[in-house]
Design a binder for this molecule. Structure first.
Ligand code: TA6
Length: 280
């Protein structure tokens, strides 16, 4: 990336290239390992994203927190690949900036992942990630199936939102929506009322509704998206937080994952492009 940008500098953390954007309307930090947004702070507001204090930043493991890009699968790896890792492999790859636009009203950064060692099944599949920053951030994940076969795809924009206190946190807008409860063998359950977190929570809400609201103390933030068929809500709670070495024991108090995802058998025909987005 050439160095004559007004708002963007490239630097390294633990040997990994990062972009730091300091703009009158916001500040942000992107790790080029994983194309991973780790910080977004609208000017005169608080940090929007949660990042584990023990997050590993040296490229040896997916960063815990921020916005992991889960692609080309969400959850366990499919049987047609020999890569045995949860949530796909691009969050464990180096990414490159391909286009940067900046002015006094917004900054747009386009990235692509290094595709040198992708499994055969994914040859000919192209992925691009665009962050558009202003007083809000829009994340767009675009897949183009340039192969000659139909592509099966699942994916998630796996955002870890910072909360003041999980006891004063709720998600509004999912009332009367069914979800698969991953803690009850994917049993389908109907959501009644607001979503509160008072235990381990791992749910796939079966909805493509455009937005939900994160109620965080006295603050309300709209989380919107396009192209999703599911909204995932996750909090590991006490025991899971203790079990994860890159997640501080009390971290569950100050975070909630709200993810726009495709978890229900998305298929792209040859030549088809598809965009999943999240804006907050
Ligand atoms: O999105 C929720 C989830 O699938 C949970 O089941 C939990 O595994 C979480 O993702 C974190 O996954 P990770 O592989 O980043 O530890």
């Amino acid at each position: 990336m050439d160095s004559n940008y007004k708002y963007i500098t490239q630097h390294h953390i633990d040997g990994v290239p990062h972009l730091t954007i300091c703009h009158p309307m916001f500040s942000a930090v992107i790790s080029l390992f994983g194309g991973h947004l780790v910080s977004f702070i609208p000017t005169e507001k608080k940090e929007t994203l949660w990042l584990a204090k023990q997050a590993i930043r040296d490229g040896s493991k997916a960063i815990r927190g921020g916005i992991p890009i889960c692609w080309p699968w969400f959850g366990a790896s499919p049987n047609w690949t020999d890569i045995d890792t949860q949530h796909g492999f691009v969050r464990n790859r180096q990414w490159l900036t391909t286009k940067i636009l900046e002015d006094e009203s917004e900054v747009a950064i386009n990235l692509i992942p290094d595709d040198t060692d992708w499994p055969e099944y994914y040859q000919g599949i192209n992925l691009a990630l665009t962050f558009t920053f202003s007083t809000q951030v829009e994340i767009e994940l675009t897949t183009v199936n340039n192969s000659n076969k139909e592509l099966e795809l699942s994916q998630a924009i796996h955002t870890y939102f910072a909360t003041e206190d999980i006891d004063n946190t709720a998600i509004l807008g999912l009332e009367n929506t069914s979800y698969q409860d991953k803690l009850q063998n994917n049993k389908t359950v109907l959501q009644t009322g607001k979503v509160f977190i008072n235990n381990e929570t791992d749910r796939i809400y079966l909805t493509n509704q455009e937005s939900v609201v994160l109620e965080n103390g006295n603050n309300r933030m709209t989380i919107a998206g396009q192209g999703h068929d599911s909204i995932v809500i996750w909090n590991p709670w006490q025991q899971k937080a203790k079990d994860m070495s890159d997640f501080e024991d009390d971290g569950y108090i100050s975070m909630i994952c709200v993810e726009m995802a495709n978890t229900r058998g998305l298929k792209l025909s040859s030549g088809q492009a598809y965009t999943l987005s999240q804006t907050f």
